[in-house]
Design a protein around this ligand. Structure first.
Ligand SMILES: [Zn+2]
Length: 333
């Protein structure tokens, strides 16, 4: 009798997206997860989907309702900073409508840009004038418009957010179940991973950690930014069953699915998911990990607080993110 792999209820009628739907399309798991567990995870995954909007928007991924996620941009112009929400570049064009120089009563010139729906221009100008009476307005030259700078804030804190780590653990767990069967995870050796995914309970070992080892990260170098990476490493000398999850191949996580796995032979399995097409692919790339540390060991670096790990990695990640965006931009033009 098949039971839900999370709560052991005998109801497994729900289709679980191994990669959260908001992070693109991909393989699904059928007949393993009950509806109520699946619904609960929606809330966990929502946190990461929202925070990763700058990436998913850039990759033109659409969520459940077929819409690109909204991005919050900061428009910096002269003395004024404004936050605006856009879904695509066309949105931005529609919203940028008027640039004015305001001259206040003391004769000082202020550069002010109104950014918003066109029908709100007059209203915005009126309310500004009420606040600062005696303001006169000058139309600006179109050349001044190029002075507007847009900033996109990307908060790396999401990568050590416990909700993110649970979502990552869920990806690893469900990929493993998809490879094998719901039956293989019914035993209590998988309780720790279940409790972590379901309730965020941390065991006394680094069940999900951020990979800092450059040998490991570089081994996945051929996989471009934007593609999700999954890697399973089984070593008969270790009882740890470890799966690596590379979210957009930007941040790599090590997930210990169980510490009581008996393996007869060494297995290394690599898979990628293209979140734009949903294509699941098992590339034949010989990973140069043999000389490096085995993934199935628990290393010192795995025990580092994820917050510290991201702080250590930030220059590297920023570089990877910028290069990744640049490569995709170059492809699309
Ligand atoms: Zn359940």
């Amino acid at each position: 009798m098949i039971k839900c792999v999370y709560c052991q209820n005998q109801e497994t009628d729900s289709e679980s997206h191994i990669i959260p739907e908001g992070l693109g399309t991909g393989p699904t798991l059928l007949g393993a997860v009950g509806r109520s567990c699946n619904n609960d995870f929606g809330k966990v995954e929502q946190v990461i989907i929202k925070a990763l909007a700058p990436i998913t928007n850039f990759l033109q991924l659409t969520g459940k309702r077929g819409k690109r996620p909204a991005l919050e941009l900061e428009a910096d112009f002269g003395d004024v900073k404004q936050r605006i929400k856009v879904r695509n570049p066309q949105d931005l064009k529609q919203r940028l409508f008027s640039y004015k120089t305001a001259i206040s009563s003391d004769g000082k010139k202020k550069k002010i840009a109104f950014i918003g729906p066109i029908d709100q221009l007059e209203e915005a100008r009126k309310s500004y004038s009420e606040k600062y009476p005696n303001t006169t307005w000058e139309d600006m030259q179109s050349s001044d418009i190029s002075d507007v700078a847009f900033y996109l804030h990307f908060d790396f804190a999401i990568f050590y957010n416990p909700f993110c780590m649970r979502a990552v653990a869920k990806i690893a767990f469900e990929w493993w179940i998809k490879q094998r069967s719901p039956g293989v995870v019914q035993g209590n050796e998988y309780d720790a991973i279940r409790n972590f995914i379901k309730a965020g309970e941390f065991p006394n070992y680094p069940i999900v950690s951020i990979v800092q080892d450059r040998t490991i990260i570089n081994a996945f170098g051929p996989i471009p930014f934007g593609i999700h990476t999954l890697f399973c490493s089984i070593d008969p000398h270790s009882s740890n069953l470890v799966i690596l999850v590379g979210l957009f191949s930007l941040v790599f996580y090590k997930v210990i699915l169980t510490k009581r796995h008996t393996a007869l032979a060494k297995i290394e399995q690599l898979a990628t998911v293209n979140p734009q097409t949903g294509q699941y692919y098992e590339p034949i790339i010989r990973l140069s990990l043999r000389s490096g540390p085995y993934i199935s060991k628990i290393e010192k670096a795995d025990c580092i607080d994820p917050l510290k790990a991201i702080q250590n990695m930030k220059p590297f990640l920023l570089n990877r993110l910028n290069n990744g965006f640049e490569a995709i931009r170059a492809q699309s033009t």
